[in-house]
Design a protein around this ligand. Structure first.
Ligand SMILES: *[C@@H]1O[C@H](CO)[C@@H](O)[C@H](O)[C@H]1NC(C)=O
Length: 361
């Protein structure tokens, strides 16, 4: 009995110590190096994790590489942000929204064990040589049953390699995350191996945005990233619910927040609700540029979204109120946290601040 008690105590203490090594939540932000935001201009105090985007996939060697343009700024990124906020963790993000050509490169890499090994070993080397705390896979998107199987093999082997490297280096294991589809509206989520993700990744960044863009719906204004959608099938909540259904625990799911919106030209400036007629779609616009447009702002609680209009200019986006309310949803539903794409588009850290406050300490 004493033996049992002593050993349960040891086990519990060990579990508590292990638990302390992991953050209990994520307040994430992607730093897109091509955006022009210098790492030294980031205020890291709003974030627990920053993602350095993007490293590339070499299609000849299947190694992960950092472009010459990014080499210097990536290698100093961690020390630059940690100088201001010593607890912030950094991850090197690989891939990105490169469309079907880039998706095919990932599919080719993941299709053979030797290629996966090249990818995995080079990614770990790059992370360590550049002082990142982790790696983030942005394969957008696996799109077949074969891709699903290979995605599963990739992250299983990645987890094993990261654990082995930690044992041999004596350093804490690198974090492993992935940015994944946010809704069936974007990509069929059934092509992700949920249980493999649950077992091998620390968490996923669910990209719950771009659901109704002005490119996709040029003739009618939309809430591009609604939290709830009473009139339609797709929303952030729908995507998160599907991910839980795929077998990924809530505690490994981060909700995606867009720091940008989409612009439409209204047919009639007096008809400016969501689902008003438009003459054309005018593409993506950064939050800071929408804020500076001087348009009249309306919060819509049905969709948890914001829109703004001025003359025939119409913007569907998230401001501080809809962002804070999305974060409350994440917290109330027991998710791991949230992440933003991407932080340069914020306006004096207003959205980052609103999100961080809404989550709390
Ligand atoms: C949100 O917008 C929709 C579509 O225009 C509208 O039907 C709904 O009443 C609005 N919700 C609120 C709370 O105003």
């Amino acid at each position: 009995m004493a033996y049992y008690i002593k050993h349960s105590f040891l086990l519990i203490s060990t579990l508590m110590i292990l638990r302390l090594q992991f953050s209990s939540a994520i307040k994430g932000g992607y730093w897109y190096s091509d955006s022009g935001l210098a790492a030294s201009d980031i205020n890291p105090s709003y974030f627990t994790h920053l993602f350095s985007a993007f490293a590339d996939l070499d299609t000849t060697t299947y190694q992960v590489t950092i472009s010459p343009a990014n080499a210097a700024r990536f290698s100093t990124f961690t020390q630059t942000v940690q100088a201001k906020s010593s607890s912030v963790k950094t991850l090197l993000s690989i891939g990105g929204g490169g469309g079907s050509t880039l998706a095919q490169k990932f599919a080719n890499m993941a299709s053979q064990a030797s290629r996966r090994k090249s990818f995995i070993d080079s990614s770990i080397r790059l992370a360590r040589n550049n002082n990142f705390h982790g790696l983030d896979l942005d394969w957008e998107y696996p799109s077949s049953d074969t891709d699903k199987t290979n995605f599963g093999s990739l992250i299983k082997e990645w987890r094993a390699a990261v654990a082995a490297e930690s044992r041999s280096s004596g350093k804490p294991a690198l974090l492993l995350s992935a940015a994944v589809g946010g809704s069936d509206q974007i990509t069929p989520l059934k092509y992700y191996p949920g249980p493999d993700i649950a077992n091998n990744l620390d968490w996923i960044n669910v990209m719950t945005y771009d659901l109704f863009t002005s490119d996709g719906y040029p003739t009618v204004t939309q809430a591009p990233a609604p939290l709830k959608n009473p009139t339609g099938q797709f929303s952030a909540d729908e995507g998160i619910t599907k991910w839980i259904g795929l077998g990924v625990p809530k505690s490994k799911i981060a909700l995606g927040l867009p720091f940008y919106g989409f612009k439409w030209a209204l047919s009639d400036p007096n008809n400016h609700r969501i689902f008003s007629k438009a003459t054309q779609g005018l593409g993506a616009v950064k939050y800071k540029d929408i804020k500076n447009a001087g348009a009249q702002i309306v919060y819509n609680s049905t969709y948890t979204t914001t829109y703004a209009f001025k003359g025939t200019d119409w913007y569907g986006y998230d401001d501080t109120q809809s962002t804070a309310n999305k974060v409350s949803y994440a917290k109330q539903n027991g998710l791991f946290g949230y992440f933003a794409w991407h932080i340069e588009q914020d306006s004096n850290w207003a959205l980052s601040d609103a999100a961080s406050r809404s989550w709390g300490a």
